[in-house]
Design a protein around this ligand. Sequence first.
Ligand SMILES: [Zn+2]
Ligand SMILES: [Zn+2]
Length: 479
Amino acid sequence: MTTIKPKDGFFIKVTCPGCGASLKLGADFFVIRCSYCDSVLRVKMPDMPPAYLARSRVDKRQVRFRVDRHLKKQGLPLTGSDIQFKRIYYPYWKVDASVLKIRSHTEERVIGYETEYAAEEVEVRVKTITSVAPYSATLAAGTDFRGIPPSIGVRGTTVTMVPFGKEILEDGFSSFSAISSRRQIWDKMSSQAVGIGRVTSIASHENLTQLFNPTFSVVYFPFFVVDSFSGPSYRRLIVDGLSGRVVADFDPLSESSDGSELPEEPPETGEGIDSDEEIEFGELGIEMHRCATCGVDLPDRQSWVYICRNCNSLNLLENTDMPVEQVLSCATDSNRSDQQFPFWSFKLSDTDAEALGPVLGGLYDSDHLVIPAFRMPLGEAMLRLAQRMSSALPRLDMHPVAGYNSTLNHVDVSLRDATRYISLFVHWARLTKTGKSDAVLADYQPQSAELIYAPFHPESYFYVDSALQSITFEKSLVG
Ligand SMILES: [Zn+2]
Ligand SMILES: [Zn+2]
């Protein structure tokens, strides 16, 4: 079985279209190789969020054992012959995003002069620190149901999930509808994240903590709803269907939310999937990772853009609304050990370019913003490189890429992600320059994009650009 270690404890099980073998996908799963038939496969993420189901791993007997142990510990009567089990799947939104923190402070430097008549000068500089870290969370997506935890967190043990569909529900299970929208969940999550990261804002020092760049999926998680009647005592217990842990224990007739005499009931078996409010899901696709023009296998090294080594045609693996106008590279002295590093170059609208020009300083002789498209930690170094490349762009001698060339590096950053980094970049640039910024990231919609390759060569600890000899970044950043 092909396995990639998942980053957050969630695996997705799919079938290889080449040989039918079972494959397990981890978090970073866009291109994989089947270990049975050696096919290189790629995962096509749908436009709508995909839904998965984590199958229950415990049976009634095990659940009852855990429930009795729990009741005993609480000094409550154990389950009797009158015990009822209901098995449910409850949906959670799983959101994988990035949390951005920008902190700014001012630094003063006093410059004294030798003559006693000149006043001291104080130079004030704004320093910013940008950090970006991955952020994952799960939040309940279904109708409120007492005892169901608001989050399933990130699991200690690995959870294997299968793509969700009504037909894969096991007998005896019912499922709740997913009714919270992505918007609602995102707002809730964003405000929580800001709460966690809040710092004291000192006058004139601007800080920002914000979630951005989310991807959404839904995880149907198994629970047992156990009603135990023992004489006058009526307890309801909610049991985690993976671990068998009792997650809630209460008297369902007390404090019922609507004051009714009857406890809340989960949906009937087989019910609950087709309500009007139901969120629509997309389907995860698995296909052969081949050139769309000539059909040869593409390299199994993940990239959003490939130039086929067989037919030289361009393969863009992303469906975006924005046209990719052309692929360009920069003329270079071939004696060097050059590597071509990819960047997304965005054309801003006249209005945006005009509005941003003064904030971004001398950057804009051009109306293009250039964002690195190779894997590099998102943060100061990346933003500084974006800034240098953006201002250098008009001076680079670019020409269309003729075809496959082994010096072209992989495109690790999707066009979609790079588009989102524009806002981050503008925010950072504004803060760095003025010490002030908006409380939230503004949204910029560039008009078109180009993929450009710029030549760099290694020099001790750095990569130095081979065209202007003026742009550098640390080698260690691209390890
Ligand atoms: Zn296979
Ligand atoms: Zn081809």
